[in-house]
Design a protein around this ligand. Structure first.
Ligand code: ATP
Ligand code: MG
Length: 438
């Protein structure tokens, strides 16, 4: 039987016995008075505990257990145990919820939760940057009132969420490109996932540009070459003319060879992720080579000066260093009109080996500076092509320097000249026994 029933029955039996004994000893009136007093006391105690329980249920305070004896004590204790269990469960759910929110916050993707009416229920920090939202201010706002781009509004309203939507010009970084996809869930609720694909788009565009550039660069000499071939096949030419055509054809073939070999160098540098070994470069030989090449290329048209600290060297790959520094010297000669000066320095600056080439040449417009190391990028295409340039030299320089942990610094003023300096880190700078020369 239920313990409450059992206790109530025992209390009634006990009261009956007590009244019976009182009736036998002091008469019926005394027995009745006793019964009324006990029942009244019981009823008052019941009312007191009922209102206590009422107050407790009205404003539950976890951990507070009213003290009472008998059945009421048992009821309070059971209530306390129930509250304790619920409290534990709630805490567990709260912790799970907090961990879940932390995980979504840590995601590199933007997450926005929408209710049945496309109003924002929750959004993570990344989505705030992506869409320019404010998690507090924009709560319960219709998303299309905040993300107003017509493509997004159309996408959201079309209810066809198989594909992704690519958007740009959104949020704090307005030039970023986002890939957005909506995933319906629950009762007509939606999850909006956004991913920053700026870098992906950029590399894709670079790849497309690269293919277009290679084709374009090869197409020009190929067209010229096939034009000459056609002429030689169709027209009866004299020996002198034939020689001239052959010479021009050889020039175009050499140009194509130059492009292809530069591309192969680049591909090799890019494919080789290993840092160059600790071999000490013979900088004296490199500098001698650079000087000879510079004098040959200039042919006395420029004033060349070389100042080098022959005790200074670097750890790396000699052929790569020679090709990178050689391009800087070649550029200085190519892009400096006759009569200009070119000054080459190899010295140490605060423990770092520095190679610098200064020229009094054409200089580079400020707008072109950031793009110089892009493949095929030339400031003045026609002039560069006239001098045999393919626009791959500085891209090779960039890769070689990256592999040697070195930095390229370019200072230039249009019409006044440029200085290209390469700074090797202390970790790659090596001192050998030698003296300075000028
Ligand atoms: N010293 C310089 N003075 C002025 N412009 C320069 C100088 N060095 C480079 N440039 C500009 O930067 C562009 C890119 O140089 P880069 O060395 O990459 O290619 P290139 O010299 O045209 O061809 P390549 O080196 O592949 O034969 C050049 O076309 C030129 O416009
Ligand atoms: Mg060059």
């Amino acid at each position: 039987m239920n313990p409450i029933w059992t206790r109530s029955l025992i209390a009634i039996v006990l009261l009956g016995l007590l009244c019976f004994v009182a009736g036998a000893l002091a008469g019926v009136t005394a027995a009745l008075v006793l019964a009324v007093v006990v029942l009244l006391a019981q009823s008052l105690s019941g009312t007191f505990h009922k209102q206590r329980l009422w107050r407790l249920l009205d404003a539950p305070a976890y951990g507070e257990v009213p003290s009472a004896s008998g059945v009421w004590g048992e009821i309070y204790y059971r209530l306390y145990k129930l509250a304790k269990r619920w409290h534990g469960q709630v805490r567990q759910i709260e912790q799970q919820h907090a961990r879940f929110i932390q995980a979504i916050q840590a995601s590199p993707n933007g997450v926005v939760l929408l209710d049945q009416h496309d109003r924002i229920e929750w959004c993570n920090a990344i989505s705030q940057t992506h869409f320019g939202l404010d998690a507090q201010r924009d709560l319960h706002q219709h998303i299309t009132h905040l993300v107003r781009q017509p493509t997004f509004v159309r996408y959201l309203n079309a209810h066809q969420y198989d594909g992704t939507l690519v958007m740009s010009g959104m949020g704090e970084a307005r030039y970023n490109v986002l890939s957005v996809q909506v995933f319906p869930y629950g009762e007509r609720r939606k999850l909006v996932l956004s991913q920053d694909i700026t870098e992906l788009e950029r590399t894709d565009a670079m790849r497309r540009d690269f293919v277009a550039n290679v084709s374009h660069e090869l197409k020009t000499p190929l067209t010229v070459l096939s034009g000459f071939l056609e002429t030689m096949r169709e027209l009866p030419l004299g020996e002198a003319e034939r020689q001239r055509y052959l010479e021009l054809m050889a020039q175009q073939a050499a140009r194509m060879q130059h492009i292809v070999s530069d591309l192969l160098v680049l591909a090799k540098l890019e494919g080789d992720s290993r840092p160059p070994g600790e071999h000490i470069v013979d900088m004296r030989a490199v500098l001698r080579h650079l000087r000879d090449d510079a004098e040959n290329l200039s042919g006395g048209r420029h004033r060349l000066t070389f100042a080098s600290d022959l005790g200074l060297s670097v750890a790396g790959v000699e052929s790569e260093i020679l090709s990178a520094l050689g391009n800087l010297v070649t550029n200085a000669i190519r892009y400096t009109p006759d009569g200009g000066t070119i000054h080459v320095v190899w010295h140490d600056v605060m423990g770092c080996a520095v190679f610098a080439v200064s020229d009094s040449g054409l200089g580079i417009p400020a707008a072109d500076m950031s793009r110089l190391t892009e493949r095929f990028y030339r400031v003045d295409r026609s002039r560069s092509r006239d001098t045999g340039g393919t626009g791959l030299g500085l891209a090779i320089v960039k890769h070689v320097l990256q592999r040697h942990d070195a930095r390229l610094e370019i200072k230039s003023e249009e019409g006044r000249g440029s200085t290209f300096s390469v700074q090797f880190p202390v970790s790659r700078t090596v001192w050998c026994e030698a003296s300075s020369e000028d």
